[in-house]
Design a protein around this ligand. Structure first.
Ligand code: PNS
Length: 161
């Protein structure tokens, strides 16, 4: 039986930390569907279409078992629709724990069939987040070794507009 995991997030934009989790996830699952969903507590910088494009280009060399998609509703409904056994989330520092714990338990309450699996991000990416990257670029910081090349380019293009 093919084991599919949904890797959900805002991916605004995708970072090398996200790519690290996808690579690790591929060792556990046959297929990973990277899905952009709405996080109501965040204001997005890139449109969903822009985020999809950056993700697609960034995972191109990975494996044909990585798919990129977006969904406008509940994560557990999407997971059920796609026949996924698990939701995959990356865990960085302790600060991630509370939000992740709350989300995993809410998702379990909404659908008991879908399990949440956490993977530790590689040490190199432990302090990398889409938010901190956007802030650094805004003030002229170099983030080229923290994001895929397409993101480095698009972020600068967007800020220069
Ligand atoms: O990258 P993020 O912003 O930490 O990802 C959070 C995300 C988008 C996965 C989460 O907000 C989400 O699942 N949104 C869809 C709505 C939903 O199902 N929420 C969880 C149950 S309340």
């Amino acid at each position: 039986m093919e084991r599919t995991a949904i890797y959900p997030g805002s991916f605004d934009p995708v970072t090398n930390g996200h790519l690290d989790i996808i690579k690790r996830g591929l060792k556990l699952f046959d297929k990973i569907i990277v899905t952009i969903l709405c996080n109501p507590s965040k204001t997005s910088f890139f449109t969903v279409e822009e985020r999809i494009e950056m993700l697609k280009v960034s995972v191109k060399g990975f494996s044909k078992n990585v798919e990129v998609d977006s969904y406008g509703g509940l994560l557990v409904d999407y997971a059920a629709q796609r026949g996924a056994a698990a939701i995959l989330r990356g865990m960085r520092a302790v600060s991630d724990f509370e939000f992740e714990f709350q989300m995993a338990l809410m998702n379990r309450k909404l659908n008991r069939e879908v399990q949440t699996v956490f993977l530790m991000t590689g040490l190199r990416w432990i302090f990398t987040s889409s938010s901190i990257i956007k802030e650094a670029v805004r003030f002229g910081g170099d983030i080229s070794d923290m994001v895929p090349p397409i993101v480095n380019r698009k972020i600068k293009e967007k800020l220069n507009k």
